[in-house]
Design a protein around this ligand. Sequence first.
Ligand code: ADP
Length: 396
Amino acid sequence: MNVLVINCGSSSLKFQLINSDSEQVLAKGLCERIGIDGSLTYQPEGGEKVKSDKAMPTHTEAIQFVIDALTDAETGVVKSLSEIGAVGHRVVHGGEKFASSVVITDEVKQAIEDCNDLAPLHNPANLIGINACQKLMPNTPMVAVFDTAFHQTMPEKAYMYGLPYEYYDKYKVRRYGFHGTSHSFVSKRAAELLEKPYDQVKTIVCHLGNGASICAVENGKSVDTSMGLTPLEGLVMGTRSGDIDPAILEFISKKEGLDIAGLMNMLNKKSGVFGLSNNLSSDFRDLEDGANSGNNEARIALEVFAYRVAKYVGSYVAAMNGVDVIAFTAGIGENSGTVRSSVLKYLGYLGISVDEDANKKRGEEIAISTADSKVKVMVIPTNEELAIARETVALV
Ligand code: ADP
């Protein structure tokens, strides 16, 4: 079956058409500047990437252009819409309502809308994408795959904040976690590579991208993860602060005259390694170049990032009373041997020994620990689109 995977943002939409039997990507692309002017980038398998400007007042036009491109006589990869068997939608927040992926019905859409409060930037956009697809493909089954679902197995002790209980009761203020599709995909793959049953392995997945989170997966279940009510908690990220003393907000608010919106903008967009490096960059390639050429703030940013990752890994070893495998994934985790090395140098006490040559490799599935290392360390490229396609096929 061919599955169209849609990741819809407020003004952009990423898509992949995946053949679920061969797991090949038949075509992929991106619509940008929806509601402003509009452009479509489209690349069929083995073909050239083509970018064209197209008027996209709403997501419906954007998806129509995607369908047109996929079925185009010259550059298309299917003859007609009937060759697309299902659509899998990435949905960011499923609250406590969704512990797994679901076939989309009117009730499901209402439940996703009920979670809008928890992810005001993402869920409304995800719903717009679902509605636009349903309008153009009314007879095609659609599935919602949630970033939060995998973490619904977390125990209370991991998801409750030290706040008045009534906020949980009234507003469901608790930790949810994100990147669930990636943590699930990578931890399953780690068990396969270890040749052990998924329900008998303790894995720590370090998803280190622009947004970054760590997850403790014990016997196939997420038992803790570093992001919380929102994707702001946890690691120091590209531009997000991660964990801070909450009282800093009052302090900075008074000093700088910032209101809540100003503070949130500072925490989400101006902090992380970008802020730490004195606005040099949020991209680790720039930071590594900067540090190598003597930029002190870039060096500090990289050290703070790696130290925070290592502390989380240590705390998850405690949470699971051990670990069999640590897996690095996403843009930084897959590509930066330097970051992996800086993290692993804190973890010698676990009996980890690093294969320095293997650790120099980029972007491939590889063990970077030596054969006698007590804990296996691996790089496992994530593939959220493939995971969404698999979930979609399983449900339809
Ligand atoms: P997201 O999906 O959260 O936007 P990605 O997983 O695509 O993030 O990761 C993007 C980040 O990966 C970039 O910001 C960059 O810092 C990092 N990255 C990509 N390639 C490299 C590389 N060769 N070396 C170091 N960092 C890299």
